[in-house]
Each structure stands twice: as C-alpha cells, then as structure tokens.
Design a protein around this ligand. Structure first.
Ligand code: PMP
Length: 457
C-alpha cells in the first residue's frame, strides 16, 4: 500500500465519523480511498479501477465525469451561487427544474417541493399527508402505514417510516403514528407459496391493517416500487395490482418513494409508471442530479397541491437549500441529458432485458438460490443449499465475503445480509454488463472455493 493511502487512512481514522460504518472494524481494516471516476468506473488511491456496480449509492445514473454538469455548475456558481425561495422569492434554476420535473411526471402531478435529500423528502411527505387531512377536516387521519424492512432515510421521520429494526433500535423513540405491514419479499419470506399467492397475501395484510386501524385514522401508505436498500426486492407481479385494488376501496393517500426507482432505474422515468401507480406524493432525490450535487424533492399531485394552496395558508416547512440554484441547474442539465441521450428508453428496451438475460444465468451457480433483475437493478440470493434455499450460517457472513471478493475482482457490489445487489449507472454498455457479470461470477467462484475449504475443515 502506498504511503499516501496510509496517510489518508490515518487522517480518516482520526477524524471522520462515517455514515453507516462500524468504526472499530474500519479502524482495523482502513478505508478504501476513492480519488476519481469516469463513466462507470471509479479509481482508488492505489491506482485500481473498479466497475461501479452500485452507481455510487444508487444515484450516478448518468455516469461519472460529465463535463456538461461541471460546466453548468460553474456557470451557476458565478451567476447566482445561492438564494432561497422562502417568503415569496424564487430564481430561474428552481423554476426551470420544477417545470421540467412536472413535464416528466405523470399527468396528475404538476407541482414539486424541493429538499436537500431523500430523507428530507420523506420528512416533507409525512408532514404533508398529515397536514392535508387536517385541512380536509379529518385531523384524526394521522397514521402512516409503511412496510417492514423499508428504507426511507436516516432522519428521525425517515428512520420511523423505514422498517429496519437495527436502525429503530438506535436513537429512538421514533415518530409516533407509523405502523408497518409485511414486505413482498418472496424469496426471503414467502417461498412456501407461489409468488402470485404471496403477493396477494401481502396486499391483503395491508387491507387487514387498514381495517384494524380504521380508515378514519389512516393518512397514507408509503412504499418503494422496488425496495432498494432492503435487498433489491422486486415484488411478485400480483403485488402492485392487488395493492392498487385495496387502495381504491379506501380514502388513503399513496406515497411512492421514488428516491431509487425514479429517473430511469426501472426503465421508465418513475417506478410508478412501470407499475401503473397513481401516487399522491412522490419523494425523489439521487438520480435527480445523478448524485453530482445534493438535491431532492416531493412531487405533489393536483389533489394534494390544490388543497394545500387553496385551504392551507402558509405551510411552515422548508429548508435553507430547498431548490438551491446550483443543485437545481445541475439537476436540470442532468434531466436534459438523460432525455436527449434516450437513456431511460435504452434501459427499458435494451439494457434492462440484456442484463436480465445475462444476470439470470448466474442462477445456475452453486451459491445462488435466485438471480433477479428489473431494469438496471438486480440481486443474487446466496444459499448453502440450492434445492431447499437454506441459508448459510450467519456467522460466516457470506454476503460480505462475496462483496469483498467482488471488489478484489474489480466490481463494486453491495451486500444486504446474504443478498448481493447491483444498481449500475444507466449509461453502462452491453460490453460493460458482460464485464460486470463475469466479475460477479469470478467472486462467486472464489467464495464457493473458500466455503468448500471451510466445509472440509
Ligand atoms: N428513500 C429511499 C428509497 C432511499 O433509498 C434513500 C437512500 N438510500 C432515501 C430515501 C434517503 O435518501 P438520502 O440518503 O438522500 O437522505
């Protein structure tokens, strides 16, 4: 290891508290130092080039190193680096971005509230749905139904809406009035049934929860089209149509968290469009700027926006960086490039089906119980026994082993327990998809070799 890498690691260890990191373990191993990136590749301080199978944190949809985004940012920094949009003020970048977003969003969505991140977007959505019902004269409609193992961010509201037990075990209690229903994770929780039956069962659990709480107390249901951080969980085909049918029977708002699925990940501009959903609110972030600058927001349907505007007076909510001009200018350019280059259509018509064909071939690997993908999100379920789907002993941490071996093979994948995940930049080529799958297979082969060695003592 070079002395510069060692210096970075020492300073990092001494001063930098990282998000989602066990610092004891990090102290022993030392951080990987990423210094630059282009296209779908990142480079570390040791001069190694890795294929970024995660698009950073599911966000670099347009790939790294786009000069157009850097130039727009520089121009905007010179023109107007900051101004807010509180108190009856606005500025051109935020207005233009709002117009563009609403043109891309479903027809019944014509307004956007800007935030700095996906977590803030979900905080905003929570306050908005409760405020909406209060304005409608139904202040008891307060409860938000979310799903087990959901991820909606790290702020207090984000963590409370999320369904991740380890997060909720720290720094709570969370926000009251949030309950959870089962997630449509067929491989993990429903394999004794057919996927179709399991999808219907999860939708029925939502309906049972609404009835248990009383419709008059329920404000909204929040969900991601495909769960990302929970494990790239693609619901059974029956799930969303059944959930749609359930929601049609009750007067409850639907919040579709598009933070990962938005901006082309599933081959449509929004995951809602892939599943034919009519959300009342859509939290967005990540791919909105391809991660180049921090920006998020909530797309607001006419139904909610009109009530807020006509009956709401002032909504006492907003962030210093809501609609930040430089972030907005970069986000707008990002959307224009995604559109001009046909990136979303290519994911739908070419790259998504191509990845599905190559990725599902990994299902024949002895360690893989299921290989699934949709658009450019995919997962591998690692198993000790293919026939029964039995998992490895948790102590072996096979997911982390495969993730580390994948890095050695030159590919960034993420592990969630014993599920491996990919979500590459949407500008990946077919050849690079082949390279990604080859490297993933190499990691699996090496893991299988090591695990067999463990088995045989
Ligand atoms: N919602 C979803 C679905 C996410 O995946 C994330 C981030 N992984 C968030 C919200 C939170 O976004 P941020 O990290 O920008 O606050």
């Amino acid at each position: 290891m070079s002395s510069t890498t060692r210096e970075w690691q020492a300073l990092d260890r001494a001063h930098y508290l990282h998000p989602f990191t066990d610092h004891q373990a990090l102290g022993e191993e030392g951080s990987r130092v990423i210094t630059r990136a282009e296209g779908v590749y990142i480079h570390d301080s040791e001069g190694r080039r890795l294929l970024d199978g995660m698009a950073g944190l599911w966000c670099v949809n347009l790939g790294y190193g786009r000069r157009e985004l850097a130039e727009v940012a520089a121009e905007q920094l010179r023109e107007l680096p900051y101004y807010n949009s509180f108190f009856k003020t606005t500025h051109p970048p935020a207005v233009r971005l709002a117009e563009k977003l609403c043109a891309l969003a479903p027809d019944h969505v014509n307004r956007v509230f800007f935030t700095g991140s996906g977590s803030e977007a979900n905080d905003t959505a929570l306050r908005m749905v409760r405020h909406y019902w209060a304005l409608k004269g139904k202040p008891r409609k307060q409860v938000v139904i979310a799903r087990d193992n959901a991820y909606h961010g790290s702020t207090v509201a984000g963590m409370s809406l999320g369904g991740m037990a380890p997060m909720q075990g720290q720094g709570g209690p969370g926000v009251p009035g949030i309950v959870h229903v089962p997630q449509p994770y067929w491989f993990g929780e429903g394999r004794e049934r057919t996927p179709a039956a399991f999808g219907r069962e999860c939708a029925a659990a939502l309906e049972a929860k609404i009835l248990e709480l009383g419709e008059e107390n329920v404000a909204a249901f929040i969900a991601e089209p495909v769960q990302g951080a929970g494990g790239a969980i693609i619901p059974p085909d029956s799930y969303w149509p059944e959930v749609r049918a359930v929601l049609a029977r009750y007067d409850i708002l639907l919040v579709v968290d598009e933070v990962i699925c938005g901006f082309g990940r599933l081959g449509e501009w929004f995951g809602s469009q892939h599943y034919g959903l009519q959300p009342d609110l859509m939290p967005i972030a990540k791919g909105l700027s391809s991660g180049y600058l921090p920006i998020g927001g909530v797309l607001v349907s006419d139904r909610v926006a009109e009530t807020l505007i006509e009956a709401g007076g002032e909504f006492f909510h907003g962030f210093t960086y809501s609609g930040h001009p430089v972030c907005a200018a970069v986000a707008l350019k990002n959307l224009e490039l995604l559109e001009a280059e046909g990136v979303v259509e290519r994911v739908r018509d070419d790259l998504g089906p191509y990845l599905a064909e190559r990725w599902t071939r990994l299902a024949t690997h002895p360690l893989v119980g299921e290989a699934r993908s949709l658009g450019l999100i995919g997962a591998l379920e690692l198993v000790a026994d293919k026939a029964s789907g039995r998992r490895f002993d948790k102590a072996l941490a096979v997911g982390n082993l495969c993730r580390d071996l994948s890095l050695e093979a030159g590919l960034v994948m993420r592990s969630v327990g014993d599920t491996l995940i990919i979500s590459p930049p949407l500008v990946i080529t077919r050849d690079q998809i082949d390279e990604l799958v080859t490297r993933a297979r190499r990691a699996l082969d090496e893991a299988a070799r090591r695990l067999t060695a463990v088995d045989h003592g």
